[in-house]
Design a protein around this ligand. Structure first.
Ligand code: NAP
Length: 502
């Protein structure tokens, strides 16, 4: 969400009221809209700053973009897709799936596209949210944030980067008009996005410098096209797809044991990753450079069969000396080496624990989320509500993230909870619901207790999972089925409520 100043004519439009406003239409916002429609509701709007549904899958169109979770699991449980062409789908197929779901469930008419929320304040007197957008003001009794964690590109603060004269763009804002063929290109970052970009452009460019700050752990990618008999089975044999989905889910869930509960168990996976490194990187000097120095799982584990072979190419260099500055036509490292480049791809991730959106949402006491989180770090209740923000729900709020399995599973758990909350509010004639501070505190004490021994907290790395206080405010520290059961019904006892005036 950008903090654009809207022009006066737009600002002065009369506010449009909707009982429920959802912000964002990626997997989470779209899924929420569909559930509300299934409840028979028409009293909601989805404000989406882009011009289509899809969120991160609409925006990340970089070469090689694909999902690390098999599609039969990385899809809505209510909209299984027998047509997936391969086990790990690429971005265009996922985006097409999301668009198809939006059409099938008929919720596009509740969307306002090109509508960027620039701020929202709780209006205590009127018990509603006042919302500013690039298309004028809105008001809502219930506000649902579905903006996701991976939506605001994190641009590195490197001296001189704004003075670079060649093509420069972030991985999530790929400039398809820039032809990299035969160019000298720098990629900054070696995370999940970069390791897909590097092999996809390595053959096409003249020279590729990969600027690595921390070497990631890589595991094999078991990707393959589905055979025709498999696809026919998914389509025609009842339960075949559900069975495949359940098997993927079960296998992936076993990783929770090592990641969250008993990190020494990760050693087995680390042995696999070390073997892969030995086999795929023959040059000892390069191998040394790309050998990680932290426990596997501490940062997101990456999967690729193409990244190491790409790094081993003659036209690719891994640069580990640290960037000192960017000049008009070059990148200079701390050892004083200057490397000329025509284009820079910035694959440096997203603002996760410091989302700019937090500065624009003010709660009951007037404080913004950024102000509240400044001291406590981002904290919520079941990832779905936050004290001081009445009648507001969060999809993909604090500590809902995962590295090992499908976020769509977590999203659907939250949709269950929020949908039940909305029905409870209606049935009980409530004016406001706000999670109690003590319920939120108790929840977070337990959550942080579970995280203490996890590999994310103890594995010896710095990652975007941790905030500036060193707290892990992004990840769910347990089996995902526990999250599902925790959010099965809206637990109103944890909330302060007020009734509508009769
Ligand atoms: P990321 O994982 O945050 O990686 C950012 C990379 O940029 C890291 O290597 C980081 O180094 C480096 N970096 C950041 N700031 C830098 C600076 N100032 N100078 C030099 N290097 C810098 O971001 P991402 O790769 O975009 O992935 C983000 C998340 O998106 C993933 O964790 C995943 O959840 C999701 N994703 C998923 C897929 C998939 O399913 N295949 C693909 C792409 C993204 P350090 O490690 O030293 O911080």
């Amino acid at each position: 969400m950008s903090r654009k100043v809207t022009d006066k004519a737009v600002e002065n439009r009369p506010a449009r009221h909707s009982r429920i406003v959802i912000v964002g239409s990626g997997f989470s916002g779209l899924g929420m809209a569909i559930r509300l429609r299934q409840q028979g509701r028409n009293d909601f709007l989805v404000l989406e700053r882009g011009h289509d549904v899809g969120g991160t899958w609409r925006d990340n169109t970089y070469p090689g973009a694909a999902c690390d979770v098999p599609s039969h699991l990385y899809s809505y449980s209510f909209a299984l897709n027998p047509e997936w062409t391969r086990s790990f789908s690429k971005q265009p197929e996922i985006q097409q799936y999301i668009q198809g779901v939006a059409d099938k469930y008929g919720v596009r008419d509740r969307h306002i596209f090109g509508c960027d929320m620039t701020g929202a304040q709780w209006n205590e007197a009127a018990s509603r949210w006042d919302i500013q957008t690039s298309q004028g003001p809105f008001t809502a009794d219930i506000l649902i944030s579905a903006v996701g964690a991976l939506c605001e590109p994190n641009l590195p603060d490197i001296k001189g980067i704004n003075e670079f004269q060649g093509e420069i763009f972030h991985s999530a804002r790929w400039n398809h008009d820039a032809d990299l063929t035969g160019k000298r290109v720098a990629v900054i970052g070696t995370g999940a996005s970069a390791i897909q970009i590097v092999p996809s452009i390595a053959k096409q460019v003249a020279k590729l410098d990969v600027y690595q700050r921390t070497a990631p752990w890589l595991l094999p990618r078991g990707d393959r096209p589905y055979t025709l008999p498999e696809r026919l089975a998914f389509k025609h044999i009842p339960g075949a797809q559900a069975l495949s989905r359940a098997a993927i889910y079960a296998v992936r869930e076993t990783q929770v044991v090592g990641l969250a509960k008993f990190p020494p168990a990760m050693k087995a996976l680390e042995a696999v990753a070390r073997a892969k490194l030995r086999i795929e990187v023959r040059d000892p000097e390069l191998r040394k450079k790309v050998t990680p120095n932290f426990s596997i799982g501490c940062k997101r584990m990456l999967i690729s069969n193409e990244y190491y072979p790409a790094l081993s190419r003659d036209n690719v260099d891994v640069v580990t000396d640290g960037i000192k500055e960017v000049r008009a036509g070059s990148v200079v490292t701390k050892d004083g080496t200057e490397r000329e480049v025509d284009a820079i791809v910035v694959a440096t991730g997203f603002h996760v624990t410091d989302s700019p959106m937090y500065e624009t949402i003010s709660g009951r006491d007037g404080r913004t989320l950024a102000e509240v989180f400044e001291h406590s770090g981002q904290q919520g209740y079941k990832g779905s509500t936050i004290h001081n923000y009445p009648n507001m729900f969060f999809l993909l709020g604090p500590n809902v993230g995962l590295g090992h399995t499908s976020m769509v599973y977590m999203i659907e758990s939250q949709i269950n909870y929020i949908a039940d909350a909305v029905q409870t509010i209606d049935k009980q004639g409530l004016r406001t619901v706000e999670v109690r501070q003590d319920a939120q505190d108790e929840y977070n004490t337990e959550l942080q207790g579970k995280l203490t021994g996890s590999v994310w907290n103890t594995g010896g790395c710095a990652s975007w999972y941790l905030d500036k206080h060193g707290n892990n405010t992004t990840l769910w520290p347990d089996f995902t089925f526990r999250f599902r059961s925790l959010l099965e019904t809206f637990d109103i006892a944890a909330y302060e409520t007020t009734a509508k005036a009769s």
